[in-house]
Design a protein around this ligand. Sequence first.
Ligand SMILES: [Zn+2]
Length: 250
Amino acid sequence: MLLLMLVVALLGGNPGDVLEGIQGSPESQAPYVETAEEQELAEFVSVVLADTEMVWTEIFGEMGEVYAEPTLVLFSDSVSSACGVAGSSTGPFYCPADNNLYIDLSFFRALRDRFQAPGDFAMAYVVAHEVGHHVQTELGVTARLEELRQQLGEQEYNQYSVRFELQADYLAGVWASHAQGRGLLEEGDLEEALTAANAIGDDRLQREAQGYVVPDSFTHGTSEQRMRWFKKGFAAGNLDDWDTFGVSDL
Ligand SMILES: [Zn+2]
């Protein structure tokens, strides 16, 4: 680091810039500057995240628990997390090891450009799903799944993984039920949003470069299952029907 700063100083640069670049974004050489479009997307993500915090703080409070908010990390090319290094084709993910929500702005651009109709809600849904993984971590579900992963074969574990993903969709539905009155979604948006999110997710996962981790699971369940569990959460508005692990018919 000192050597690098010295070299920059010799070349006439400001060593402080190097330090800032390294601290702000460990993967890039220079501090990352957002485009106006990315700023708009970033703002929207922050609004949705703040809304999820309001809802989950209230629901945790009713259970006598305190909701610890996740930290938002926006990225555009690649990002290094406690769960590994992710490329921009990874899509948004939550890392239970550092409680950070990694949101890939280029994913949202793809989502918006290819599926213009559900626009805002598709993006909100993706954020709410990742927040759902944080809620699962806070409530101990993620730790129990990790225990299962150690004990089970891959095929058997995948079935639990699907249930885990559908539970995150249920939790996104719980949030949406509370957010409904605030103009973020209309009834017809739901199917399109889920289809869009799935389609983009699959496409991008297929193009996934080797050597990157894929923190959010390949095995999300079918669009029909995802929609049904989202709707269950939406109808309940609480955790009453959230046990995707205990039902025989998913
Ligand atoms: Zn997920």
